[in-house]
Design a protein around this ligand. Structure first.
Ligand code: SAH
Length: 464
């Protein structure tokens, strides 16, 4: 029977509402347990490898199905106890049901698997974790919705835009959670409405809060669909009372039909236009639209290791592509002769330039541009860096960027990645362009309790 199903691939071996027992054999990148019946995968929330569970099938598609746990017949010793169900069902913390050591192993395997898929044989070190892997996020971006006539904040149920109200985000700095709740309460008291995606009516879309880990400076941003934020001055007054750490209160407009949270237009209602935080002995200003690493504790480890692995010298010329507000550039500028950053967000580059000045760094230069285009330009201009750092968003590098790096012939190419799938894809081209991987790939747990993995990979140019 099983054999027949494997041959006739179209056969779907399960039906909706069917109940069955199975062993969980894997976890997906979304943090769901995988059970296979006659090789047909069923994805199940809150089920971890090694467990035998009884499930009910909730949805059947052509190549896979979804199920829900009815009972757990055999529990894994890796299961973490007393975890908030909301954290798991919403995807705030989809791996929170796994003990932390098992999370770190899962991430190491995740990286290994991605490289296997592209037929590259690499060594992956054990994941470097955090001592206290909760309450680490310095930033929240929380959707706002009207539920039963009340303005609520929370998190979307996985794979949907259905809001599940919650006060405890588990992985966020509790002071950031407190800022979100205080803002929600003020909005409720003053009778502001939540924006509704369906009808395109209402005012408030998101609340963003960010807090400096070292500075304790707090920024609150209210993102509206409307041009005006009603009661702006009164909100500012009440937030100052409720949040003594508040340094900056900003209104951001996003009136586009988009999943992007922040719009481009900001108005400072009260306080400063930005907050400060410190990282590796340097001071950084961070504006509302600028990217800033969400886990300040592991970020220091990440940058220190990346710099160490690059083996920087005082004579080096360095490029830092996807430089954000200049955190990597400025944390290593003291160790090299000259460093160039490139970043596409104009405000982030303005922050980076301020940061260079405030920290008395005069050997760093930042360019506002698309990183691939600028790398091609620098290659054409004859720039010859000894070391290139890249730290791209999840979609990874482009083929033209990799070719441009190759043309510049750096000895060392350090790739910091937040997505092992695109890293592995890019590694294939980087190796083909005359580099080899130096030592082991190092995963670092920047995002405990989630399935995200950060890695450092060092490529060295092979002598011609
Ligand atoms: N290295 C920085 C930022 C890394 S995040 C840090 O560690 O803080 C990735 C950055 O790439 C973001 O700042 C984002 O705005 C920028 N970015 C995204 N697409 C880009 C592109 N095509 N060209 C240049 N920068 C880009």
């Amino acid at each position: 029977m099983a054999k027949a199903n494997r041959i006739y691939k179209t056969a779907v071996p399960v039906n909706k509402n069917q109940e069955l027992e199975g062993e969980v054999i894997d976890i997906t990148y979304q943090g769901m347990g995988v059970i296979k019946i006659d090789n047909f995968p069923i994805f199940v929330v809150d089920a971890i490898p090694g467990e035998i569970v009884k499930i009910g099938i909730t949805k059947v598609l052509k190549n896979y199905a979804f199920g829900r746990v009815l009972s757990r017949i055999q529990e894994s010793p890796n299961r973490a106890k007393n975890v908030d169900k909301v954290a798991i069902t919403t995807g705030i913390a989809p791996l929170a049901n796994l003990k932390y050591d098992a999370q770190l192993t899962f991430k190491q395997h995740q990286v290994e698997q991605m490289f296997k898929k592209v037929n590259l044989d690499v060594e992956v070190s054990p994941t470097l974790g955090m001592e206290n892997p909760t309450k680490y996020r310095n930033k929240a971006q929380v959707p706002v919705q009207n539920i039963n006539g009340r303005l609520e904040t929370g998190f979307y149920r996985r794979g949907s835009h259905k809001l599940i109200p919650t006060d405890d985000f588990y992985i966020q700095d509790p002071k950031v959670d407190e800022a979100v709740i205080a803002t929600r309460d003020v909005l409720r008291d003053l009778g502001l409405s939540a924006y509704d995606e369906e009808s395109n009516k209402g005012v408030v879309r998101h609340i963003m809060a960010r807090r400096g880990y070292y500075s304790h400076e707090l920024m609150v941003v209210i993102v509206t669909n409307t041009k005006r934020l009603p009661e702006a001055e009164e909100i500012a007054k009440q937030l100052q009372v409720k949040l003594p750490e508040l340094k900056s209160f900003i209104h951001n407009i996003n009136n586009r039909d988009t999943n992007v949270i922040m719009g481009q237009w900001n108005e400072t209602i009260w306080g400063a236009d930005e907050i400060h935080d410190q990282l590796m002995g340097k001071d950084f200003v961070i504006g509302p639209n600028s990217f800033y690493q969400v886990n300040p504790q592991t970020t220091a480890t990440l940058y220190r290791l990346a710099a160490e692995k690059a083996g920087l010298k005082a004579t080096d010329t360095v490029v830092d592509a996807y430089s954000g507000i200049g955190t990597i550039t400025l944390s290593i500028a003291d160790q090299v002769k000259k460093i160039y950053g490139v970043e596409v967000v104009e405000n982030a580059v303005a922050d980076a330039e301020k940061n260079a000045k405030n920290n008395h760094i005069d050997n760093a230069e930042f360019v506002i541009a698309d990183a691939p285009e600028q790398m091609v330009q620098w290659a054409e201009d004859g720039l010859k860096p000894n070391v290139v750092f890249v730290d791209p968003p999840r979609k990874g590098l482009t083929s033209e960027l990799i070719s441009a790096v190759s043309a510049m012939k750096p000895e060392t190419f350090v790739y910091i990645s937040c997505n092992p799938a695109t890293l592995a894809r890019d590694a294939v081209q980087i190796l083909a362009e005359g580099f080899k991987i130096d030592g082991a790939i190092q995963p670092i747990d920047q995002f405990p309790q989630t399935t995200h993995v950060e890695t450092i990979t060092v490529f060295k140019r092979v002598a011609e």
